[in-house]
Structures are given as C-alpha cells and as structure tokens.
Design a protein around this ligand. Sequence first.
Ligand SMILES: [Zn+2]
Length: 146
Amino acid sequence: MLLFPGKIIMDYSHAAGRVGSRFLAELKKSKRLLAIRCRTCNRVYIPPRLTCKTCFHNMEDWIELDGRGTLLTYTTVYYGEPVLDREAPTTYGIIRLDGADTGLVHFLNEVKQQDLRVGLRLEPVFKNERNGNILDIKYFRPIKSG
Ligand SMILES: [Zn+2]
C-alpha cells in the first residue's frame, strides 16, 4: 500500500446542536458541568447527547456534576501539534466524572509523569475567560487532599 503524507489545516464551524449548546453555554456562563440521563436505562452521559446510544431513547433529564472524577486511562504525546494551544509533551486522559457512566477526554496537568495512574482522583481547572468550548476546562489535575 502506498501512503502519501499530507496536512490539512482549515477553519470550520461545527453545530453543537440543542443538547451540546446547552452544555457549552452552562460551561461558559457558570462553569457548571451538565450531564444528561436516560430515563429508560439510567445511563448518564457527559458530554451530553440527545439520544441514548444504549437504548436509543431521547434524553431530557439534565443533572449537574461537581466535576470531580476518576482517571480511567491516559497517554502522553511527545510531539507538538499546530492545532493545540500547548507545547509537548501533552498528557491526555479519559476521566469518568462522579455520577456519570461515560468517559470525558481531556488534558491532564499539574501532575508528574511518575504520579499518573489509573484511578487517580481529578478535578477540573477552568479558564477565567470562557468561550463556550470544551477547552473552557483548561485541564484536569489531581485533587489536592487536605
Ligand atoms: Zn438508555
């Protein structure tokens, strides 16, 4: 198989939809993390989505999560990407927020590489000036005890 390397960087707009727009608007306005629950199977999604991917019912039950969660898995990338507003290395994690059944992908920071582990308890750090974007959460960091 022949592979031709290439690169596409372009501006675009993506419609967040009714459910995604409410989630992002609350994040921007008040740093509230809203999830949505399926009345049929009780599965809780964050980011929220309109239709339950387990039982295909539309969802309307919004619940607020406090933002704390548990690290499910993580990886560190040692090269930079022009679309990111941060320099390498960059660590990503999948975090299951307390009360949710799904994982949220986000950056991890304020943690040493040797201290990363599955099960680490995390909390979000928000930007002061928010734009209605998932990156209004700057990153997740370990919850400081005490
Ligand atoms: Zn369901």
